[in-house]
Design a protein around this ligand. Structure first.
Ligand SMILES: C/C=C/C(=O)SCCNC(=O)CCNC(=O)[C@H](O)C(C)(C)COP(=O)(O)OP(=O)(O)OC[C@H]1O[C@@H](n2cnc3c(N)ncnc32)[C@H](O)[C@@H]1OP(=O)(O)O
Length: 258
């Protein structure tokens, strides 16, 4: 039985749903494989314009499957390394999606569940949701999610929430730059619908390049950033999308994106 659902509507909005509610969507090996495959498939699907990451049940995601982790205790070092790479790989596949990734955080997100939130471009959470990096309570560490969390909140705040494993509310998650905003539960679907709309009127290639460029610029010195930006814009000027978008402006019509 599949632990992931992928549904794409006529507008090109794909919803990737964690479907393991009875285990609070804990990330088992099977689920991570399915999630990674789904993300890689969506990345290649030119009809998909936006991806929404959602979850069944009351919990968004309870993190890595602790039963799967317990199996690692008696594995040899090489197998443990392969398995510990699994979380990094699935987070990487989601992070690398060329389309905007919107998190629909309908409930609590713990451990690796916050990792999923941290690879979203935008994440809207319900105001009652609780989040926390609970790994250190379990004698583990939030390792593979570290790079994404560090980029969002900086080393000082990341160390504090990692070391203390304290649970915090959705409003604090906004201040920590994990969630983009909070809404009441009943308003969540409307908020997600409103969130995806602007992307649908933009050129898909330009959206993907804007996302890639911002990531590429991060951590570089200013002169390198400027050089990369010049190259990116020069490439864009050669694109059919730029011809269509600018042409449509002067023709006073809506652009048509292929
Ligand atoms: C590198 C490390 C990365 C990580 O992500 S480490 C994992 C971090 N995650 C956590 O610390 C969360 C662990 N889970 C919980 O604290 C609780 O659960 C919840 C708060 C999410 C929900 O509590 P409640 O409503 O009382 O439900 P319930 O009876 O605890 O759970 C129902 C079933 O779900 C299973 N489950 C929940 N979380 C996980 C998990 N992370 N891995 C594996 N199974 C999990 C339980 O065991 C149980 O199962 P059964 O019905 O068979 O007894």
């Amino acid at each position: 039985m599949s632990l992931i659902r992928v549904e794409t509507d006529a507008r090109g909005v794909a919803t990737l749903t964690l479907a393991r509610a009875e285990k609070h969507n804990a990330l088992s090996a099977q689920m991570m494989t399915e999630l990674e495959d789904a993300a890689r498939g969506l990345a290649k699907d030119t009809k998909v314009r936006v991806v929404v990451l959602a979850a069944d049940g009351k919990t968004f995601c309870a993190g890595g499957d602790l039963a799967w982790m317990r199996e690692q205790f008696d594995m040899d070092a090489e197998t443990r390394r392969v398995e510990s790479r699994r979380i990094a790989t699935v987070l990487g596949a989601l992070y690398d999606l060329p389309q905007p990734l919107i998190g629909r955080v309908q409930g609590n997100a713990l451990g690796g569940g916050v990792g999923l939130v941290s690879v979203c471009d935008v994440a809207i959470g319900v105001s009652g949701a609780k989040l926390g990096f609970t790994e250190t309570r379990l004698g583990l560490i939030p390792a593979n999610i570290g790079p994404y969390v560090l980029a969002r909140m900086g080393a000082t705040r990341a160390s504090e929430v990692f070391m203390s494993a304290r649970i915090f509310g959705a409003e604090e998650a906004v201040r920590l730059n994990l969630l983009s905003r909070t809404v009441e539960h009943d308003d969540l679907d409307a908020a997600i619908d409103a969130e995806v709309l602007p992307y649908l009127s933009c050129a898909p290639g330009a959206v993907a390049e804007a996302k890639a460029l911002m990531r590429d610029l991060a951590g570089r010195v200013v002169q390198e950033q400027v050089d990369l930006a010049i190259d990116a814009l020069a490439r864009r000027w050669q694109s059919d999308e730029a011809r269509e978008g600018v042409g449509a402006f002067f023709d006073k019509r809506s652009p048509s994106w292929q």
